[in-house]
Design a protein around this ligand. Structure first.
Ligand code: PLP
Length: 434
């Protein structure tokens, strides 16, 4: 890598990205292209000779940006937030610059140790129990996504119970969650070899705000035990994706514990709100969980990907996921003096993702991060107030609904108000045509 060429090109790229953010509101949020649009306008094969950065920028403007859906637009209210920030961006840049592959401590001690430190910071900010801190038997790890997080803990839980009851019992293992739980759990069950009929997605309804009922769970577990099955994994959610339902952690934890089950809490979407003291009660009961997950890449100003997972028993992960080939052996690992994150995840290779989370925490500080969350919640309340004033609309969940998710970093009240006007206009057109 030529350092001066990097400087010149990277400056141009930063200018390009800064200009993009300056004009982001000019783009239609949802890409307007048709499927396959790119095939016809790009060459069939890679160029034989180098092309100029200018030519590539021109293609990005003319051919790539039209096919981009602008998740960072202040007018983006779909799915869930996926925040970028200057701090997160700079952390990504530094990570790309260093480009280490930090699978074992020895491959870049700073990558492992910064990750441990930053996840301890975040755990303290969320007031997670001390058992999740790296000083004891547990600790935090950055996974790429919440899907990987639930997969690795499900594998750890599966192998833990199989060590107890014998490998032949795999067919009898049962997983429990509510019918609002993210499909990532089902995928984890598929990958983990759980019998397709043994993933219980228990029914919820509006009378209990779509939360998992401890009574329903207790009955399902008792029924399965009486049929010779083995309950082993409970996934509760704090902030389900479609309705932000919050499962009652403490009551569920008691049931999981009394049945010797692993208790995982998925707070991928809404967990960030719990850095504010007034929302922390939503994860009361996390003290009893075996694992807890929150996506910093959703609503915590940390560019994708950065999914924070904490476990109380890191050995359970290591026992399921470690391999020890000759070419990875080194003194520190063999003396058991270090954490080797390769044994806490599916892939071997891993990026220096903690840099961006560290930069977010340092460049914003806790107070600003709390203000950021509160501002979005106020904007969502503003939207709720607008809806309440129009008798043609009602705020509810669980039916076929219009879902409005505030959380893009640049969103202000005017964007929310403008979105509401669009909805009202569409409603008027629709109702007028009936
Ligand atoms: N869990 C919840 C509650 C979510 O909202 C999501 C994403 O929408 C996921 C899990 C999956 O997240 P990821 O894309 O990080 O796998």
């Amino acid at each position: 890598m030529d350092a001066e060429q990097l400087r010149e090109h990277a400056h141009k790229m930063v200018d390009f990205i800064a200009d993009y953010y300056k004009s982001i509101e000019n783009f239609p949020v949802l890409s307007q292209v048709e499927p396959g649009y790119l095939r016809g306008i790009l060459p069939d094969s890679a160029p034989n000779h180098p092309e100029s950065l200018e030519d590539i920028f021109n293609d990005v403007r003319a051919k790539i940006l039209p096919g981009v859906t602008h998740w960072q637009s202040p007018n983006f209210f779909a799915y869930y937030p996926s925040n970028s920030s200057i701090a997160g961006f700079l952390g990504e840049m530094l990570s790309a610059g260093l480009n280490i592959v930090g699978f074992s401590w020895i491959t870049s001690p700073a990558a492992t140790e910064l990750e441990m430190t930053v996840l301890d910071w975040l755990a303290k900010l969320l007031k997670l129990p001390d058992d999740f801190l790296s000083a004891g038997e547990g600790g935090g790890v950055i996974q790429g996504t919440a899907s990987e997080a639930v997969l690795v803990v499900l594998l750890a839980a599966r192998d833990k119970i199989l060590r107890r009851v014998g490998k032949n019992a795999l067919e009898k293992l049962v997983v429990y969650a509510s019918d609002q739980t993210h499909s990532a759990l089902q995928k984890a069950c598929q990958i983990g070899g759980i019998h397709p009929e043994n993933c219980r997605l228990l029914k919820t309804d509006s009378s209990i705000n779509y939360a998992l009922s401890p009574d329903v769970l207790g009955e399902a577990i008792a029924h399965d035990i009486s049929n010779g099955l083995i309950p082993f994994f409970l996934c509760a959610t704090v902030g389900t994706t479609s309705s932000t339902a919050v499962d009652p952690l403490l009551l569920l934890a008691k049931i999981a514990k009394s049945n010797g089950m692993w208790f995982h809490v998925d707070a991928a979407y809404a967990g960030s709100a719990c850095i504010c003291p007034e929302y922390r009660h939503h994860i009361d009961g996390v003290e009893e969980a075996d694992s807890f997950n929150m996506n910093a890449h959703k609503w915590f100003l940390t560019n994708f990907d950065c999914s924070a997972l904490w476990v109380k028993d890191r050995n359970a992960l290591v026992q399921s996921l470690s391999t020890n080939p000759e070419f990875l052996k080194n003194k520190a690992s063999q003396a058991n003096m270090v954490v080797d994150y390769k044994d806490w995840q599916i892939p071997l290779g891993r990026r220096f993702r903690s840099l961006k989370l560290w930069m977010v925490l340092r460049l914003y500080g806790i107070e600003n991060l709390q203000c950021y969350i509160r501002n979005h919640i106020n904007l969502a309340k503003h939207f709720e107030g607008l809806v309440a004033q129009d008798p043609r609309f009602e705020v509810l969940s669980g039916k076929y609904i219009l879902r409005f998710a505030v959380g893009a970093p640049l969103t202000e009240e005017r964007h929310v108000t403008a979105a509401w006007k669009v909805l009202q206009e569409e409603a008027s057109t629709l109702l007028g045509s009936l």
